[in-house]
Design a protein around this ligand. Sequence first.
Ligand code: AHR
Length: 333
Amino acid sequence: MLKKLVFLFVVASVVLTACGGAAPAEPAAPASNAPFGAASCAPNCTYADMVLCYPQLGAESDWRTANSASFKETADQLGVKLIFSDAQQKQENQISAMRSCIQQGVSVIALPPVVETGWDAVLQEAQDANIPVIVVDRSVTADPSMYATHIGSDMVLEGKRAAAEFNKLLPNGGNVLELSGTTGSGAAVGRAEGFRADLNSNIKILDSQTGNFTRAEGKPVMEAFLKKYEGQIDGVFFHNDDMAIGAVEAIKAAGIQPGDLVMISVDGTRGGFQLMLDGWLQADVECNPLLGPQVMDLGLKLMNGQEIPKEELTDEQTYYADQAEELLPTRKY
Ligand code: AHR
């Protein structure tokens, strides 16, 4: 009887295995929210051990150029091997660059996301490969357990700072226009949110259009605004200096003089400082692109298995036209 039972058990197991049913499970894959592990050199990893992947989102602005340079120069100085690519504003290019880095088994990925959404799958792939991801500059909507940390500017605060300037300069209210950054980007979403949250109720946003953070698109958007809202505009909020530079060409061509409109921008680049010197901008809200050293420091800590904060926001300020002459010669970007 016992022999018969054993025989039946063996037959049943073979059949189930062949059908792919209840075969003995392989050890489970790491849980999706498993903590990031340290590198094999931990706790003694040095910058010479680091291979850092930086799938840059593009080269749309002076800010971006300075940000790329900061990563390249810092990597050179520290002896970090940098895998740098330019996604030309396309999320799919950033994702394939990340996948290639995962395949190469890099130590850390630093991701400046072109837009906020759509990162879950590739972040999961990095996590499954035990590669920590540092989200740089703009934010993502993915759950924070999907990446190691976020480092960059407080984009909502930047919008609030811009609103504070309009509140000061248009105490009796007025009509303003907004030249917004790339649609769906953390920078544009945050700045728009902060701006609306703090703008006085007597200041009306007449219209908001994207100029994609570029000079080339800032100009035609401003031309269209000037045509459509002729005689109604009191101020313009630019989400970055490059769009302001492009727009000023259109504003000049329309015969508007420096100081006729209240104009506030974001970034604090040399180009923005020059606009302040020339009387076009009254204030420029800082957004600091020089993130290379901080990111590499955090990356090394992660490789060595050290705890790091979940978010590091850059300490920034607002610059004013009367500071431009003194500060412009020493601006690094
Ligand atoms: O994400 C930062 C923004 O991106 C900067 O304000 C802008 O200039 C850049 O292109």
